[in-house]
Ligand binder design. Structure first.
Ligand SMILES: [Zn+2]
Ligand SMILES: [Zn+2]
Length: 375
């Protein structure tokens, strides 16, 4: 990152932390958690311990991190190396990200940035300027991406509260600060699960490895009455809805499913992984020693805040999580696609100098599509 951009982001992030101590707290049982942080242009520092909000605020002011993290795990000695921490339990956390949803809108808001010469262009095989094929993807997610992720979060919530019987009050949802949402389950009996058991839970939530026998179709003598019903709870009901659509189509569909055979049914169930399985990131949920971005902190991929959502359906991250001030800043911007923040439209920019509010400047510098001018 260029010197001026680094200085701008450090000053901006420091100002944000100073102005928003009210949003940044250590989570419950802070003494048992591991903390970590990154600075702009440097690697991760982990295995730290912070006991109170005051410790946290002091750390933010002293180090001006680009990103701050806190463990889902609880340990006897959180600041010792991993092998000596003495793991007790870990919150169950799910990550759903727009980039994993394969939405059709994505192609409309991604660009390539050349690693060699920093040229920005629409998606193509090689840099139009220097012909390098070392290209990074830059995505500015849109409202459709956010709606797609919210839909997955709501499907996950149904499974957590009805199939797994987790109390609503032990679940919270946070916008990640970039393209996704995190769902936290705390204080539940699931905290004791190790990685292997969490993987079984992931298979269940993603609807992976479903077998025909479990959904009413044994190898020999399938019976019409054993197929799932639309009113069934859990996956049976969800499979029935997906398979039959409506009650009136049930009988005709069963006739067809039986005549197509068990292998075809297995195939159908396999495909349902994509349509009704919840698209959580398996690596995140199975990791019991992971550190997660701290709620209230800024995400250096965007300059937006990671925030707890009180009402996920109404939450608009491009307004509510955009908390940097709006003082005008001169930038040199280069991005051939429009985007919107705080109900204001920006771009497209054709390698031009322009003045934008500080929150938009921070967003673009974090995304690597603008630089602070006057260099
Ligand atoms: Zn290039
Ligand atoms: Zn989109």
């Amino acid at each position: 990152m260029l010197e001026n951009d680094l200085k701008f982001l450090e000053e901006t992030f420091k100002q944000y932390y100073f102005d928003h101590f009210d949003l940044i707290h250590v989570p419950d049982r802070s003494k048992e958690r591991e903390y970590g942080y990154k600075k702009f242009n440097s690697g991760m520092i982990r295995h730290m311990s912070l006991k109170t909000d005051k410790d946290l605020h002091l750390m933010l002011m002293t180090n001006v991190p680009s990103d701050v993290f806190c463990s889902n795990g609880y340990y006897s000695f959180p600041n010792l190396p991993m092998a000596e921490k003495d793991w007790k339990e870990a919150d169950l956390i799910f990550d759903i990200d727009a980039k994993d949803l394969k939405l059709s809108c994505r192609k409309d808001h991604i660009c390539m940035k050349c690693v060699s010469c920093a040229e920005i262009s629409l998606v193509q095989d090689a840099c139009p300027k220097c012909k390098s094929n070392k290209l990074d993807l830059v995505s500015l997610p849109c409202q459709n991406c956010i709606s797609g992720v919210k839909k997955e979060v709501l499907n996950l919530m149904k499974i957590l509260t009805s199939d797994l019987q987790i109390d609503d009050k032990n679940i919270r949802i946070s916008f990640s600060g970039n393209e996704g949402f995190h769902v936290y389950v705390t204080n539940s009996s699931y905290n004791q699960l190790g990685s292997n058991e969490r993987r079984d839970l992931i298979d269940y939530i993603k609807f992976q490895s479903a077998i025909p026998e479990r959904f009413g179709f044994p190898k020999n003598n399938p019976s019409r009455t054993s197929f799932p019903d639309l009113g069934d709870s859990g996956w049976s009901g969800r499979v029935a809805k997906e398979l039959f659509g409506s009650k009136s189509k049930r009988s005709k569909t069963i006739t067809k499913v039986i005549s197509d055979g068990q292998v075809a049914y297995q195939q159908k169930l396999e495909e349902m992984k994509n349509s009704i399985g919840v698209k959580i990131d398996s690596n995140v949920t199975s990791d019991i020693h992971r550190i997660f971005r701290l709620e209230g902190s800024l995400n250096s991929k965007s300059g937006l805040a990671k925030l707890v959502c009180q009402d996920i359906e109404k939450f608009n991250p491009y307004i509510e999580a955009c908390l940097i001030e709006d003082k005008p800043v001169e930038i040199l911007a280069n991005f051939p696609i429009k985007f919107s923040l705080k109900n204001t439209k920006f771009g497209p920019y054709m390698n031009e100098k322009t003045s934008v509010p500080k929150y938009a400047a921070a967003y673009m510098v974090c995304k690597g599509i603008a630089s602070i001018s006057g260099t």
